[in-house]
Design a protein around this ligand. Structure first.
Ligand SMILES: NC(=O)c1ccc[n+]([C@@H]2O[C@H](COP(=O)([O-])OP(=O)(O)OC[C@H]3O[C@@H](n4cnc5c(N)ncnc54)[C@H](O)[C@@H]3O)[C@@H](O)[C@H]2O)c1
Ligand SMILES: O=C(O)CC[C@@H](O)C(=O)O
Length: 528
């Protein structure tokens, strides 16, 4: 597999990727060049400079995952990626502290005119009275967006004895109270705030959230800090509000167009201090996001679950801890169940029994669907596209949950309904990690879901196992485990054999032709 890194990311992340895959680092690629070379790659790693547009994604014939070394994914067409089954993941936590501290640095620098003082003094001017500042203590800070960075800023502002209020429609009052601040409506914040800092994503909802109309509602002494995304403030309106004395000053790290146009009106104002999108630029944050994104890319390429994918249902870390050991098992159970099934599949039930039923198991169900569909489709099925593909094929997926369990602490049961029959496969973990299939169509087995498996139905009479063993032996296929038992149909037995290598179709035909063999299936667990 090949990975393209198209923005500067820390060496630690690149080295992690190089341990597993071939990696090309090509910075500042013109978009035409990116479109030309992207079909060669399975994964793409970016920061904010590379614009992963629809055209890039359409050209990306082999791309499986795009990793963003940072939080904001607004430089990636996530919708186009999702439609193509490409996982988009980010590294949401690695630069939180960096961006939080940069916000505090910008707020203090704005309050005390630090950049203006520095520049004038270096220019030979001693401007003490002109550069009078304001204190933070006792002032009201309005935080727009109380997520990771917003709440970090809130805690630091409280330590500086500021009054802190916040607007975030997706946070409840208890969460805000736990930080020690009050949630208000947006319009309630404007007349109160001496400082307003933005920490929300750039979306169609937040575009130009602060504009002419909203500046007019603010205190005339208000100072604005933006270390989130350029487009959440209308830059022209802000410049005008500052010129008119409606806003006292602004500290801006992010711009609607980056690198910023030197003609941007904000750059011309003394009351505006700026940095070139440096929020995440600390040594620690860059190592953090590069390592996090590399781990995410490796997991994605190996088909493992990813906690930081933005176009899949998010998994909370305590849930991931519980369900992680079951992913491989669930996927293999999907593969086995679909291989047993005959006829048109109409629905699949996944039943969770035991303690596992108490956590969110959606991603395990997705793993099962992934295993099921990858066994029958040529298109690559992953955690992003599996539910959509199942739906488009008219397969109804249902989760059933019960804390009750009979023989195992935790049990997953997959039922595949077809227009002919229902097939049932159940699995559990032995110890904490070892996945086992413990039931196939009502028959108790103990099968490691790996390698190759033959499942056959035969008449309950002497010699049947011998015939099959002889065919396999003659064709050079080694049996490494074998179980035989009665099914619920009188006179019919089931045999389950793990073998060391792939079984050619010709060998399977010979087995099926044995008098008394009622059917036989070969399951290749290696294909998923
Ligand atoms: N300057 C930088 O270098 C830098 C570094 C890191 C992050 N960022 C940016 O900072 C911002 C915040 O990052 P984060 O890690 O705190 O993200 P986060 O997802 O933890 O927090 C975002 C918060 O915004 C809230 N929100 C969403 N839509 C909203 C709306 N319409 N109105 C009000 N609140 C809304 C969400 O509920 C959430 O609580 C993002 O835009 C991110 O891209 C910039
Ligand atoms: O890559 C960067 O330096 C910026 C990152 C930042 O904007 C983010 O959203 O994480």
């Amino acid at each position: 597999m090949r990975i393209l890194v198209s923005d500067p990311v820390s060496a630690q992340g690149v080295e992690l990727l190089q341990k597993e895959y071939e990696v090309d680092v090509k910075i500042k690629l013109p978009i035409e060049e990116l479109i030309k070379i992207i079909p060669q790659y399975d994964a793409l790693v970016v920061r904010s400079e590379t614009k992963v547009t629809k055209a890039v994604i359409e050209a990306a014939a082999n791309l499986k995952v795009i990793g963003r070394a940072g939080v904001g994914v607004d430089n990636i067409d996530v919708e186009a990626a999702t439609q193509k089954g490409i996982i988009v993941l980010n590294a949401p936590e690695g630069n939180t502290i960096a961006a939080t501290e940069h916000t505090m640095a910008m707020m203090l620098a704005l309050a005390r005119n630090v950049p203006q003082a520095h520049a004038s003094l270096k220019n030979g001017q001693w401007l003490r009275s002109k550069l009078m500042g304001v204190e933070m203590r006792g002032k009201t800070l309005g935080i727009l967006g109380l997520g990771r960075i917003g709440s970090g800023v809130a805690k630091r502002a409280l330590a500086m004895e500021m009054n802190v209020v916040a607007y975030d429609p997706f946070i409840n009052a208890e969460q805000a109270a736990a930080i020690g601040i009050q949630l208000l409506e947006l319009d309630e914040i404007f007349p109160l705030a001496d400082f307003i800092t933005l920490h929300l994503p750039f979306t169609s909802e937040t575009k130009y959230l602060l504009n002419k109309e909203r500046f007019a509602k603010m205190k005339p002494s208000v100072r604005i800090i933006n270390c989130a995304r350029g487009g959440v403030i209308h830059e022209g309106d802000l410049a005008e509000a500052i010129e008119q004395g409606i806003v006292a000053g602004a500290a801006i790290d992010v711009f609607e167009k980056e690198p910023v146009n030197p003609e941007n009106p904000l750059l011309k104002l003394d009351q505006v201090i700026v940095t070139p999108h440096l929020g995440a630029s600390t040594a620690e944050a860059q190592v953090g996001v590069a390592v996090d994104v590399a781990k995410g890319i490796i997991a994605a390429l190996k088909g493992e679950p990813i906690a930081t994918a933005v176009n899949m249902a998010p998994i909370q870390s305590h849930v991931l801890e519980v369900i992680r050991p079951y992913f491989n098992l669930a996927e293999k159970m999907g593969c086995l169940a679909i291989n047993l099934a005959e006829g048109r599949i109409t629905a699949v039930d996944v039943e969770y029994n035991g303690e596992i039923s108490e956590v969110d198991t959606k991603m395990l169900t997705t793993a099962m669907i992934k295993g099921l569909l990858n066994s029958i489709l040529t298109e690559h099925i992953n955690y992003v596209n599996a539910p959509g593909v199942a739906k488009s094929r008219g397969i109804k997926i249902r989760e059933v949950k019960s804390k009750e369990t009979a023989n195992f602490a935790n049990l997953i049961t997959v039922r595949v309904y077809t227009d002919k029959k229902t097939h049932v496969v159940a699995g559990t973990l032995f110890g904490h990690e070892e996945g086992r299939i413990v039931m196939i169509d009502g028959y108790r087995v103990d099968v490691e879901p790996q390698g190759w498996l033959i499942v056959g139905l035969h008449l309950d009479r002497p010699g049947m196992i011998g015939y099959v063993g002889t065919i396999l032996g003659t064709d050079g296929i080694n049996i490494n485990s074998m179980q035989v038992g009665r099914t619920e149909v009188t006179g019919t037995n089931i045999m389950v054999m793990s073998v060391d290598s792939d079984v050619p179709a010709a060998t399977m035909l010979k087995i099926k032709a044995v008098d008394g063999i009622l059917g036989a299936k070969m399951i290749n667990f290696c294909v998923i």
